[in-house]
Design a protein around this ligand. Structure first.
Ligand SMILES: *Cc1c(COP(=O)(O)O)cnc(C)c1O
Length: 416
């Protein structure tokens, strides 16, 4: 069947899923709007400070808005946090001390945290180099959490427990907030004073509540993903219990200074506007993910999650199975991008990642992955991870270009 016609059919089929996504977006938009009003965001808060940034009202109100939306006691929302990895490192270095143990509940955490933890290899400056130990609970073969093994792994030394909402570069379902609630309960039953840290990257606004509402102590993420709404030019956040947010802030600046310094420069309007738009843009990205799932199901590929499975993040994985299909997908997507459409993605090394990574990203903000992007570690079974999209229309255009390139590669192979 002609690809455009197939896409029309898929859009028709997906209407009930689109409606469900819109209902959740309305709840989240209402919550964000309510926070803006309750915190009294005003025009003066849209301008930033310079220098030390002492007593910056924009920063203080922005952090109150984030805390409220995340059901957290406090938040640190900063342009000086350069990425999600940085935000998570602030949490871990803030909480953990020599002799403490960090426990990851879903096998290895996201790739870029390996050098932060110093696992599986020692890394200079890592938690391990400071005398923090690390353990992990392997996922069950179906990709779900092994709750019994988790209970057994919790020990007197367990000081922090790391949960990861998004799948990362792994073929596993994302963690839903309901599952976070269950895991928090298991941890707190055994170890009431262990700190549950949730890597919230790609999870914000996918559901109608965030992890602190169900007992997570700290969440962290990137502003060039979901909560930046496609508008924030940089930044990251930490939110949760006040004492832990403070400990994280001492690692961002210095003990004694914490969150009371940090100029906001030209960022406040972009951070406020981005956060305001985020529930809508995340919904566009989710509709795009459902569309991508169904399109590639119809083309005969295995996808995760399937179009009708619950979603805990904005990532759509498609198992392409061959290096040349993966390259075709990424090149097709890149060629349809508004920026850098003439670039040709090649697998290459990326700081913090073990395997070479192939990326298609024609984004307005470098590396911003609430904008439509596709990336994949260049390894078997050549799974592409597609996420983001500022508009559902653009996701269709971009993903169809990718699909066309994959089909051409299949035909080329068949004709050889
Ligand atoms: C993106 C991401 C991170 C952090 O990545 P940065 O590129 O440092 O922002 C961490 N965990 C997960 C699951 C992610 O998706």
């Amino acid at each position: 069947m002609e690809l455009e016609r197939l896409a029309d059919e898929v859009e028709g089929e997906m209407q009930p899923w689109y409606r469900a996504i819109e209902r959740r977006a309305l709840k989240n938009h209402r919550r964000v709007l309510e926070a803006f009003r309750a915190c009294g965001v005003s025009e003066t808060h849209l301008r930033g400070s310079t220098g030390y940034g002492y007593g910056d009202p924009a920063r203080e109100v922005l952090e109150r808005v984030f805390a409220r939306v995340f059901d957290a006691e406090a938040a640190l929302v900063r342009g000086q946090i350069v990425s999600g990895t940085h935000a998570l490192a602030l949490c871990l270095f803030g909480i953990l001390r020599a002799g403490d143990e960090l426990l990851s509940v879903q096998g290895p955490p996201y790739d870029t945290l390996a050098p932060v933890i110093g696992w599986p290899r020692e890394a200079p400056g890592s938690l391990r180099s400071l005398g923090v130990t690390y353990r992990e609970v392997a996922l069950r073969p179906d990709g779900t959490v092994d709750e019994r093994a988790l209970r057994e792994a919790l020990s007197r030394r367990t000081r922090a427990v790391l949960l990861t909402r998004s799948c990362g570069y792994r073929w596993r379902p994302a963690l839903t907030v309901d599952e976070v609630a269950r895991l928090v309960a298991i941890v707190k039953e055994r170890r009431p004073d262990a700190v549950v840290v949730v890597d919230n990257c790609y999870g914000e606004f996918v559901e109608a509540v965030e992890p602190p509402a169900v007992g997570a102590d700290l969440v962290a993420g990137s502003l060039i993903k979901n909560p930046g709404g496609g508008i924030a030019p940089t930044g990251g956040y930490v939110a949760g219990r006040k004492e832990y947010v403070e400990l994280a802030s001492y690692r961002l600046t210095a003990p004694g200074l914490g969150g009371s310094v940090g100029p906001t420069l030209d960022w406040p309007r972009l951070f406020f506007q981005g956060f305001f738009m985020a529930p809508h843009v995340v919904a566009e990205a989710l509709k795009g993910a459902v569309f991508t799932a169904r399109l590639f199901e119809r083309l005969g590929f295995e996808v995760l999650p399937r179009h009708d499975q619950p979603r805990g993040d904005i990532v759509q994985a498609v198992r392409l199975g061959r290096a040349e299909y993966l390259e075709a997908f990424c090149r097709g997507l890149q060629s349809a991008s508004p920026v850098d459409s003439r670039a040709r993605p090649e697998p290459g090394p990326l700081p913090g990642y073990e395997d070479p990574v192939l990326m298609a990203a024609g984004t307005f903000v470098q590396g911003a992955s609430l904008e439509l992007t596709a990336d994949a570690p260049f390894r078997e079974p050549y799974v592409v991870y597609v996420q983001g999209g500022l508009s559902k229309e653009y996701v269709r255009l971009g993903v169809l270009a990718a699909a066309r390139a994959v089909l051409a590669a299949q035909q080329y192979r068949a004709g050889r």
